[in-house]
Design a protein around this ligand. Sequence first.
Ligand code: PHE
Ligand code: ZN
Ligand code: ZN
Ligand code: CA
Length: 471
Amino acid sequence: MRKFLVPGVGAALVAGVLLAPGNAAVAADSPDISVTNTKAHLDQLQSIATSNGGNRYTGRPGYKASADYVKAKLDAAGYTTTLQSFSTSAGTSYNVIAEWPHGDADHVVMAGSHLDSVSAGPGINDNGSGSAGVLETALAYAASGQTPKNRLRFGFWGSEELGLLGSKYYVNNLPAADRDKIELYLNFDMIASPNPGYFVYDDNPSGDAARDDLVTYFTGKNVQTEFIDVQGRSDHAAFRSLGIPTAGTFSGAEEIKTSAQATKWGGTAGQAFDACYHRSCDTISNLDLTSLDRQIDAIGHMIWLYAQKDYTGGPPPAGGNLLQNPGFESGTANWTGTTGPITDNTGRPAHSGSWKAWLQGNGRATTENIAQSVAIPATATAASLSLWIRIDTAETTSATVYDTVKVQVVDGSTATTLATYSNLDKSASYVQKTLDVTQYKGKTVTVKFVGQEDSSAQTSFVIDDVALTAG
Ligand code: PHE
Ligand code: ZN
Ligand code: ZN
Ligand code: CA
């Protein structure tokens, strides 16, 4: 089934596309990304390796030929491409960056894969598979004739095998303003392992929505998934460390498939997902085409879905919460400030869910803060800021303030403290506070919580379920 509909609501329901409440975008039906075309890209990468000493390693001719192949295909499809070179201990390396020159450039959705192999072999599963899949998805999007709401960008990274060098080089050389525009980065590194598993990355709370979309997609195709905490093992890490939401999939490398995994996915228990991982036998014969087919359709699903995501916020409903991620369940997403306070550490309870902002509790002279910018509509007749706070302390005094948290509104360069809570306000359970912020209507201000402790005896100020409402 190949449908490139830009459907109305009826078609979206027929296609089974469930849109999150409040998301006005209408997602096009999931595409069927061609496994035949993807396999043809892999044949080309194999022949590039074969005619260049058997690999596509950094600094060797097989790598540059791989980059030239991918770039030429994207150029021909109408992408704006860049060959970004950088130097490594193994020689010059290259990233290929391709942008579809349509859609809102302030909201960028990215997918990427590493294009280099190890020196031992041609690297067809690792990572010809992800590269061919991302390339074919990009080509299919161009051919679909759709105009995305957001800007789509694809990255083919050099020198992943030398320590994620290409993706790090790319993010380190992106101006801060451009980093902020990247709404999502999806990574695909090894997606056609010969004894495949279906793993979904789970290592970045701000990517949980995309992670869940991947799981929902596979579940809808009757493919069970497992989460995997891939941490720094692939190129999404550079994006994640900038606070960009990331997600990805993986069909397994050197790890051994368990019998429970063989029961759910087929294949052979007691053997590696990819016994040729990083070896000369990672050739065109080292692929499971069913895994490849399912995985590329998942890439297509995510690109079509996120191409239409509404990242502009739209007008908030009257009386609704103007703060994003107000209960901290998406980790640090939407919040700025010092590192550490936003946590799911179980040392203190959340008011709801498991995440909260645990300010201070250090027992030494320190200060911590978290903040979020918010626009309060000019049309509001009243606006209020509410929060739940739980305070415990090792201070024994009932008279002296030693440790504090201030609730502030920052308007331009002026910070106004609306309330101060201290070690004297300790309470074993959460207490709700409501503060009036009507005077800031029509302004974009920053809501800020600032903690401060003296040199001994901890006080923990734990804040959760913050709301700024205007009506
Ligand atoms: N990045 C690893 C490699 O290229 C493969 C990998 C991907 C491992 C994702 C774990 C998770 O060798
Ligand atoms: Zn590898
Ligand atoms: Zn890899
Ligand atoms: Ca919470």
